[in-house]
Design a protein around this ligand. Sequence first.
Ligand SMILES: [Zn+2]
Length: 311
Amino acid sequence: MLPFKVIYHPRYDLNLGAHVFPSQKFRLIYELLLRDNIAAPEDFLDPMPACDADLLRVHTPEWVSKLKNGKLTASEIMKLEVPYSPELAQAVWLAAGGSILAGTLALRDGFACNLSGGFHHAHANHGEGFCAINDVAIAIRRVQSDGAIEKAIVVDTDVHHGNGTADIFRDDSSVFTLSIHQENNYPAYKPPSDLDLPLDDGVDDEEYLATLLPAVARVLDDFCPDILFYVGGADPYEEDQLGGLRLSKSGLKARDKGVFFAARSRGIPVVTTLAGGYARRVEDTVRIHANTIVAANEVAGEIRSARHAVS
Ligand SMILES: [Zn+2]
């Protein structure tokens, strides 16, 4: 049994059919976590869909209404790069509800993992790059509005720049945005995050970790956030079809553990979300995402034994 909750819903599937985004991955990760005894059935919680008031702290009423009523224009669907369906809308409302629930639970348990979300390309007034609504921004504004936290940090390790998140929080000093990404990749225009770590093509485990981890430690010390939202893309993987970095599976797990340890050793709660993953073999994407849960469990154990050693 895990020392934290994993949030999952069978309707997380984005209903995309044959698409480079493997929308069956949500179910496959859930099944793998159970099959490999990484998680037990009682570790999982179902989210409720986010309510419209939650979305409206981030998104424009026009965009929320278009998504709800299926009234996207052809150019908006083209920009979204996924077909619209009522199931897609339901899935992203649930994903946002899952990130909200994870935000609340992480404050109690130290960690909480949403097996969806990380839709970091979604902007206030439009969707982009497979991302209809920005669940992480929605969750941050909700836990702030509940009075549960003041300051949040988003650590975005998806291979693509977190343009939507950077844009949404551009003038919000209560949220620090950090994005490490392949510079020569989508999106073409990258609005500035509070800290961008652009990487050249082909960067490997060693260079990646040496760039990311000292920066995370420094920012956590300087900004002192009350919570960390992790956008843990599987697409920096060397076999990814939409990424041009060369991280191995073990390098990606070391990335997750490094960020989690930096936060938890400073007492900062961590929410994990999935974001992208387009490996040639979907099993690789699924394994990399599942390893994020393994990493969280290992770090939770390390922090617990360090506390026992001190007390
Ligand atoms: Zn990505």
